[in-house]
Design a protein around this ligand. Structure first.
Ligand code: SF4
Length: 146
């Protein structure tokens, strides 16, 4: 089973009310066992919502509201959903395809907190949980060869 950021499959859960639908990820999902999650939705956040970025491990809106607790709860909820799905399906988690640069799903690089589309090294809150559990991650900018 592969974990996929729901917005990459066309779910309108992005902060601006849209999605990040990505053709190759949708094709991949049609051919594999997948579990789509949006950690920010699972935090109880609505779409549209204020954009957020990570600064020194904490999550802020552009006007300085600290949403770290909500993002952490959402990431933990998403991880629980994945584990439950894997258990019910009796499948192992093969890896994850997550949205690049997101404060939740970004892996390797994330936006830097200046809301200027500038990236720095780092991982989103959800991606970090997966990495801590040894789950390999790629973003929609890469591809899984299998
Ligand atoms: S939290 Fe992840 S799945 Fe949800 S909209 Fe952001 S990047 Fe997409």
């Amino acid at each position: 089973m592969y974990i996929i950021s729901a917005c990459l499959l066309g779910t309108n859960c992005k902060y601006d009310g849209g999605s990040n639908a990505t053709a190759w990820v949708k094709e991949f999902a049609a051919e594999h066992s997948i579990c789509a999650v949006c950690p920010e939705t699972l935090a109880g956040l609505l779409s549209p919502r204020d954009p957020c970025e990570l600064v020194d491990g904490r999550v802020f809106t552009a006007d300085g509201r600290d949403l770290t607790d909500a993002f952490t709860t959402g990431a933990e909820n998403a991880y629980k959903v994945i584990l439950d799905e894997a258990l019910v399906r009796e499948e192992k988690i093969e890896g994850a395809i997550l949205k690049s640069n997101s404060p939740s799903c970004g892996c390797g690089t994330i936006y830097d907190g200046t809301f200027s589309h500038t990236t720095v090294s780092g991982d989103g809150v959800f991606a970090k949980i997966l990495l801590d559990h040894g789950i390999r991650i790629i973003t929609e900018k890469e591809r899984i060869d299998d």
